[in-house]
Ligand binder design. Structure first.
Ligand code: AHG
Ligand code: MN
Ligand code: MN
Length: 350
């Protein structure tokens, strides 16, 4: 039997794909219309709206006043804040205000979480996010990203210290990133595989691009800031020397984690940001950078670790905690870890 579309000679698959918006996909993934499924679908739509607003501003950044450059402030990490960091941080807050969805937002750019008290009686979720990841790329028009994770709101946070957020990464309900590249792409997981969407500017919608993305077991890419070689532990230097001396590896590093990890998700390999002499815990933040990406990469069949422990098992001690990161294809993460454990073994023997 031919379908109506076939009889009119309309390509059914292409049309189906154009109609697979993010919010519809979330409902399909959760296989239900329960209040939780509807909440998650609505939250993802708001995150997508934030992505569209940020993408719109980035696309014209060099033409507008007060978009590029620094604000002159430093954030809780002691890093210089860029105007786009602040704009993007505010965008996430605005899209969730009066949404009834999210009670609290925690971000790289805010010392303490931002409460939306009017949402709290019904907003059962917390959003953790890095509004602009790789913000040094903004002024030179190279890719940047946003990273997000959704967690269940945990109680009242009575002392205002957000201690209830200090849970391991397996408590994340959903996580993902938006990549502002040649096209704007949203990649997410609800713990049921990893799926990517591309922003179709003519529709103003994120449309499904690829479902159930799987990261290769091994890949050629190694992605790390080798300028830190002098500051690394000998185990990481040994791994790097190994890569330099073997055929089949290629180095890629953009200065924006989201872009580098997206490449590794698609092509395989490993991204490393180990501890350094200056920052023994590395640079990247656990709750809104490394844990969401670890959730995603595990869902794609890869691995993420701090070099010694699965990243999703780490219990944070504080909101803005940093952690070393080794993430990507299983075999490549295992290889880096084997250099680290071998060094430890030799140290304890001597
Ligand atoms: P952010 O802009 O949110 O501070 O993150 C930048 C991060 C990450 O995206 C990137 O991989 C890393 O910092 C680059 O750091 P180095 O310049 O030290 O290599
Ligand atoms: Mn970042
Ligand atoms: Mn950032």
């Amino acid at each position: 039997m031919t379908s109506t579309l076939q009889s009119f000679n309309i390509p059914e698959q292409a049309l189906d794909r154009d109609c697979m918006t993010l919010s519809r996909h979330v409902l399909q993934q959760l296989e239900s219309f329960t209040p939780e499924a509807q909440d998650l679908s609505a939250i993802m739509s708001r995150i997508a709206l934030a992505g569209k607003l940020i993408s719109r501003r980035l696309s014209r950044a060099g033409l507008m006043a007060d978009v590029l450059g620094f604000t002159g402030e430093t954030n809780v990490q002691g890093e210089s804040v860029k105007k786009m960091d602040i704009y993007a941080n505010e965008v996430f807050i605005s899209v969730f205000k009066q949404s009834g969805l999210v009670c609290r937002l925690a971000s790289e750019e805010m010392d303490e979480p931002y409460y939306i008290p009017e949402n709290c009686p019904i907003g059962r979720y917390t959003l953790l996010y890095d509004p602009i990841d790789g913000s040094s790329n903004v002024d030179i028009n190279i890719n940047v990203g946003s990273i997000f994770a959704i967690r269940q709101q945990q109680g009242e946070d009575l002392n205002g210290q957000a201690n209830d957020l200090l849970q391991n990464g397996r408590q994340q309900l959903a996580a993902g990133y938006i990549l502002y590249g040649p096209s704007t792409m949203l990649v997410y997981s609800l713990g049921r595989g990893v799926h990517s969407f591309i922003l179709d500017p003519s529709l103003g919608e994120f449309i499904l691009a690829q479902e159930n993305i799987k990261i290769p077991e091994h890949g050629p890419i190694y992605s790390t800031n080798e300028g830190n070689f002098w500051q690394w532990d000998e185990s990481i230097r040994d791994y790097t020397r190994y890569v330099h001396r073997h055929e089949g590896y290629t180095s890629r590093y953009s200065g924006a984690l989201v872009g580098d990890i997206h490449r590794i998700l698609m092509q395989g390999g490993v991204f490393l940001y180990p501890g350094t002499v200056k920052n023994p815990q590395g640079k990247l933040r656990l709750l809104y950078e490394t844990a969401p990406l670890a959730f995603l990469i595990e869902q794609a069949g890869g691995r993420a670790s701090n070099g010694e422990q699965n990243l999703l098992d780490i219990m944070p001690q504080k909101l803005h905690q940093r952690t070393p990161l080794v993430i990507g294809s299983k075999e490549d993460v295992n290889l880096v870890e084997s250099f680290i454990s071998e060094h430890k073994r030799r140290q304890t023997e001597s």
